[in-house]
Design a protein around this ligand. Structure first.
Ligand code: HPA
Ligand code: ZN
Length: 325
C-alpha cells in the first residue's frame, strides 16, 4: 500500500500547474481588499461556496473573473511564492509553471508587470531548493491575432520563460488554429506543449494534430489518446509526456481517468501526475498522486514510475535529469 508520507517524500517534477489556479481564497480576499476590487464575496466561506463547476466551461467562468484581484508586480510575486512554498512542502524539486498573459493584458495589466513578478519568484525559489521555470500559454478561445500579438509582446522577455502551451476552452478551438504561433515559438527555441482533453468526438483529432503536425513534446491531460492504439504507440516511441491531473478530472471531466493512466503506463507512455489548479480542485501535487493511487490501487512501482516520468519529460538539462532518474 502506498502511503501519503511516501508520496510526499518522493522527489517530483510539477509540469502541469497554472499559477492563476493557485490563488487560494485567503489571498484572493486579501488582494481584493488591497486593490479595491469587488469580487462579489467577502468571506472565505462565500468564496468557497462560489466554486461550483462540473465541466471545463463552468470552471473557466469562475476562474478567469477572479484574476481581477491580481494588479501589481508584487501581487504576482506573492501568488507565485505561495505556490513555491506549497511545492517545497511536497518535495517538488522542479516546476514548469503555466501563466496566461492574455488573461491579464486583456484587462489592462502590462506584460512586464506579471512576467517580472512571476520571474522574481522563480529566482527566489532557488533558496528553497526548487528549480522553477515558466511556460507561457495562449488562450485558445481568443483569436489567432491575439496569440500572434502575445508572442510578439513576450519577445523582450524571451529569457524568462522556457516554453509555450495552449489552454482555456478547447471546444471548436483546435490546435491547428495556432500552427503559426507554435512554429514561430519553436524557432525561438521554446519548448512546446498543449492541453487536449475534451471528452467528445474531435479530441483524438486534436491529439493527432499536436503529435503529427505541430510536434509538441508533451500533451496536457490527453489521456483519451487510448482511443487510438497507433497514436499510443507513436507517443511511446517518441517519449511524448502526458500530464494527468486526477483531482481536476473529478471536477471538470467525467472521472479520474485511472484506467487510462494505468493503460498508458503499461504501454510505456511517459505519463505523470500534477495538480492543474490546486486552489480550485482541492489539493496540491501529493494529494493528486494519493487520490489516484488510492482510488486505483497503484503499486509503489507505478507511483515511482509516474514521478520518474515527470523528470524524464521535463525540460531540464540532461545533467540535471541524471540526478533524479
Ligand atoms: N483546461 C483548460 N484550461 C485550463 C485548465 C484546464 O484544465 N486549467 C486552467 N486553465
Ligand atoms: Zn491545465
Amino acid at each position: 500500500e502506498v502511503t501519503k508520507e511516501f508520496i510526499v517524500g518522493m522527489p517530483k517534477a510539477e509540469l502541469h500547474l497554472h499559477i492563476e489556479g493557485t490563488l487560494e481564497p485567503e489571498l484572493k480576499l486579501k488582494l481584493a481588499q488591497k486593490n479595491h476590487v469587488d469580487i462579489g464575496q467577502t468571506t472565505i466561506e462565500e468564496v468557497r461556496a462560489s466554486y461550483q463547476y462540473d465541466d471545463l466551461a463552468s470552471f473557466l467562468a469562475v476562474y478567469y473573473p477572479a484574476m481581477n484581484v491580481l494588479q501589481t508586480e508584487d501581487d504576482f510575486y506573492d501568488l507565485a511564492m505561495e505556490y513555491i512554498h506549497h511545492a517545497a512542502e511536497n518535495n517538488v524539486r522542479h516546476a514548469e509553471i503555466f501563466f496566461d498573459p492574455q488573461a491579464h493584458t486583456s484587462r489592462g495589466i502590462a506584460f512586464e508587470t506579471f512576467i517580472n513578478g512571476l520571474y522574481r519568484a522563480t529566482v527566489d525559489a532557488r533558496a528553497l531548493n526548487i528549480d522553477a521555470r515558466l511556460i507561457m500559454c495562449f488562450l485558445r478561445d481568443m483569436s489567432r491575432e491575439s496569440a500572434r500579438k502575445t508572442l510578439e509582446e513576450s519577445l523582450p522577455y524571451r529569457d524568462k520563460f522556457i516554453g509555450v502551451g495552449l489552454d482555456s476552452d478547447e471546444h471548436n478551438n483546435p490546435p491547428m488554429k495556432f500552427f503559426n504561433q507554435f512554429t514561430q515559438a519553436e524557432q525561438y527555441g521554446l519548448h512546446l506543449t498543449a492541453h487536449a482533453d475534451i471528452d467528445q468526438k474531435g479530441s483524438i483529432e486534436h491529439i493527432r494534430e499536436l503529435l503529427e503536425v505541430i510536434g509538441v513534446e508533451r500533451i496536457d491531460h490527453g489521456t483519451n489518446i487510448v482511443e487510438d492504439p497507433d497514436l499510443v504507440a507513436y507517443a511511446a516511441n517518441h517519449h511524448i509526456g502526458f500530464t494527468t491531473c486526477p483531482l481536476s478530472n473529478t471536477f471538470v471531466r467525467p472521472e479520474m481517468k485511472g484506467p487510462e493512466v494505468l493503460e498508458l503506463l503499461d504501454k510505456g507512455v511517459k505519463i505523470s501526475a500534477h495538480s492543474d489548479d490546486p486552489a480550485y480542485f482541492g489539493g496540491y501535487i501529493s494529494d493528486n498522486y494519493y487520490a489516484l493511487a488510492d482510488a486505483f490501487n497503484l503499486t509503489k512501482e507505478q507511483v515511482v514510475m509516474l514521478a520518474r516520468n515527470s523528470f524524464e519529460t521535463s525540460w531540464i538539462s540532461k545533467e540535471q535529469k541524471a540526478i533524479y532518474i
